[in-house]
Design a protein around this ligand. Structure first.
Ligand SMILES: Cc1cc2nc3c(=O)[nH]c(=O)nc-3n(C[C@H](O)[C@H](O)[C@H](O)COP(=O)(O)O)c2cc1C
Length: 135
């Protein structure tokens, strides 16, 4: 998370791919029609603070709603989020966040029926590098 939303590099990527007649089109009534079908997506984020439902900072999370909106707009509605939160609070909380994110990722991959790389030991940096493959 950068400033309650997504880092500019991810925004750049979205701007590059989400364009009319490529990921969506308009019908004759001017309604947007998604052009992406049958795709599932997992968004894995890291946040310095805690934006979970029970946190007073929850309403400042513009990241997940934006990603749900933009990918939903192009047709990806089966979208799961793994948010590793409180990464910058204490080293202990960071480790807990990483461990639970990895567990969530494994659970979701299993539910999706995806194969997952068996990384021997995932480090802090590698939490964003869990390789999930759709069939
Ligand atoms: C420019 C910038 C803006 C950030 N903005 C937020 C923010 O709004 N909320 C938050 O919780 N963390 C924020 N952070 C902290 C990062 O989200 C956090 O350190 C995260 O763990 C970084 O993950 P990474 O090491 O995978 O890049 C920001 C970090 C940077 C560099």
């Amino acid at each position: 998370m950068w400033n309650f939303s997504i880092p500019y590099v991810l925004k750049f990527y979205i701007d590059a791919i989400v364009q009319s007649s490529y990921m969506y089109r308009y019908n004759e009534l001017g309604q947007p029609i998604p052009l992406v079908h049958g795709k599932k997506m997992i968004c894995i984020s890291t946040r310095g603070g805690d934006y979970s439902l029970s946190s007073p900072m929850h309403t400042l999370d513009f990241q997940e709603p934006y990603l749900r909106s933009i990918f939903g707009f192009i047709g990806i509605t089966d979208l799961r989020f793994i948010n590793a939160q409180s990464m910058d609070v204490t080293p202990a909380l960071r480790e807990v966040a990483i461990a639970s994110a990895i567990e969530e990722a494994k659970q979701i991959a299993q539910n999706f029926g995806w194969e997952m790389d068996t990384a021997p030991k995932l480090s802090t940096v590698q939490v964003c590098s869990i390789n999930l493959f759709a069939d």
